[in-house]
Design a protein around this ligand. Structure first.
Ligand code: OAD
Length: 255
């Protein structure tokens, strides 16, 4: 456990909030959820070779049309980082919460750290780095090992069925989210009595707007070292990291 991952004392105000019993819990995570595992967030962090690139320009159908080699190299670099990373105590806490009370987990993240911590049925609003498919016929494609070294350009593989280029299985800016995933996520939020928002800047729609679908009776808590905005709907904003805060919330929440 690194210093960044040491548990933090639960603020008394939050302790009081968690002392009410909750039945239908939803965890809604963003890139900050994975930051303590060493995965750079979208709007900050150390991106090596890719510091000069703006993710919101690389993660687009236009970038793919213009320069597949750069886009593919960027996703392969990210896949390599995720594969080398480990879930942190916050991921483990969320998985435990799911085991205890069937909590629903909704994430904007395209990594698999929630699953590797033991969570199941995670709703990935923005797809997955591990679900590559043909850009022409959509046939799923099994990826091999990512390259060991960072490379600025890599030619994407071709589909064995139709020779189309293989593309990342993520949702790019300007593309639609998967309708079934969105429906399940909206249902879970609309039915929740406790919504735990972790590590998102809340600026990318439609994902960001989904949390507004929580019933007015639901208790909403946010964990973020630098919360983006204050909303009167949020009962408590805990300015801490996912790795430090989540284990304490899960330890103290009454179910
Ligand atoms: P962002 O990079 O926009 O925001 C990350 C958030 O995590 C910020 O609010 C940080 O303050 C917070 N944060 C940083 N370190 C943290 C830590 N250790 N613990 C908890 N929180 C921490 O990421 P998202 O909000 O997930 O979309 O971005 C949303 C979407 O924009 C992404 O899914 C992606 C991106 O472009 C697509 O690719 C379509």
């Amino acid at each position: 456990m690194t210093d960044k991952q040491k548990p933090e004392t639960l603020p008394p105000e939050l302790q009081a909030i968690l002392a009410r019993p909750f039945k239908r819990i939803v965890v809604f995570s963003g890139a900050g959820m994975s930051a303590d595992s060493g995965i750079p967030t979208f709007r900050s962090g150390e991106n090596g070779l890719w510091n000069a690139y703006d993710p919101s320009e690389l993660a687009t159908p236009n970038a793919w049309r213009r320069d597949k080699e750069t886009v593919w190299a960027w996703y392969e670099w990210r896949r390599g980082i995720v594969m080398a990373a480990q879930p942190h105590p916050g991921h483990l806490a969320v998985a435990e919460l799911q085991r205890r009370c069937d909590a629903k987990i909704i994430t904007q993240n395209v990594d698999d750290l929630h699953e590797r911590a033991g969570a199941t049925d995670v709703l990935h609003l923005h797809g997955s780095l591990f679900a590559a498919r043909c850009s022409a016929c959509s046939k799923p494609y099994a990826l091999g090992e990512p390259p060991q070294e960072q490379q600025r350009q890599i030619t994407p593989p071709r589909c064995p069925r139709c020779q189309g280029y293989i593309r990342p299985g993520v949702v790019w800016f300007g593309e639609n989210l998967d309708t079934t995933t969105v429906k399940l996520a909206r249902q879970a939020i609309a039915n929740c009595d406790f919504l735990l928002i972790v590590g998102t800047s809340g600026v990318v729609y439609p994902a960001a707007g989904m949390v507004n679908g929580a019933p007015s009776s639901a208790t909403i808590i946010e964990i973020n070292p630098q919360p983006y905005e204050t909303s009167s709907r949020i009962a408590f904003q805990w300015q801490t990291t996912a790795a430090r805060g989540l284990p304490e919330v899960v330890r103290n929440i009454l179910i």
